[in-house]
Design a protein around this ligand. Structure first.
Ligand code: URA
Length: 205
């Protein structure tokens, strides 16, 4: 199992990275957040304005929706790990270019090695096209598991896209329920029951 110094080295490698020009225009790198022993990994596209300011993925409006979707299936961000394809904010929130994604991919690969997740969820087209298939179409292929050796991977809508177009929210919610069912089948430590989460909270007060 990976230890704390492996994670610290991976984070330091991201902080020191100059493999593409995005580091010149962003405020800080955004490594990832969550449990280093999580069984479930979420992968987004890249930091936006708030993430660039705070150095943490999915803390802006899209992050609030992600937190709500997680809560609906009994999870908090402490139960999972959240990272991005690129670790530096693209200027004006444009899509990261293919060469920027390729330059950053070794960092995500290292995170995946250290985490060894059982389930990976791609949030949006960019992550799904990098990690599942270059032709991936979210509207057609969301919610289906693809087997990849030691883990299974699926794509769903990016929370920011759901905020722009709420019509897809019910389907995205179904995808989170698909995830919940898969967690119950293949994960040993990840909760999947909203009632257990509430009970835990009541116990703490
Ligand atoms: N969008 C992403 O893809 N990642 C973030 O961290 C925030 C918004």
């Amino acid at each position: 199992m990976a230890n704390t110094s492996d994670w610290a080295a991976a984070r330091a490698a991201v902080e020191a990275c100059t493999a593409c020009p995005l580091r010149e225009t962003c405020r800080q790198t955004v490594f990832g957040v969550g449990s280093e022993t999580a069984e479930v990994l979420f992968v987004g596209e890249g930091p936006g304005k708030t993430e660039d300011e705070e150095g943490v993925p999915f803390v802006g409006p899209a992050g609030k929706l992600l937190d709500e979707l997680l809560a609906a299936i009994g999870l908090t961000r402490e139960h999972v790990y959240i990272a991005n394809i690129v670790k530096c904010r693209p200027p004006m929130n444009r899509d990261p270019k293919p060469e920027e994604r390729a330059a950053c991919m070794p960092h995500l690969k290292r995170q995946m090695e250290l985490l060894a997740p059982k389930l990976v969820v791609c949030l949006g087209r960019i992550a799904a096209q990098e990690l599942i298939s270059p032709e991936f179409r979210v509207t057609q292929e969301h919610g289906f598991w693809n087997i990849r050796g030691s883990y299974e991977i699926m794509g769903t809508w990016h929370p920011a896209a759901l905020l722009r177009n709420e019509r897809n929210l019910p389907d995205a919610f179904e995808d989170f329920k698909v995830l919940q069912r898969r967690i119950r089948k293949v994960c040993k430590m990840t909760p999947s029951d909203p009632i257990a989460l509430c009970a835990g909270r009541a116990k703490d007060t």
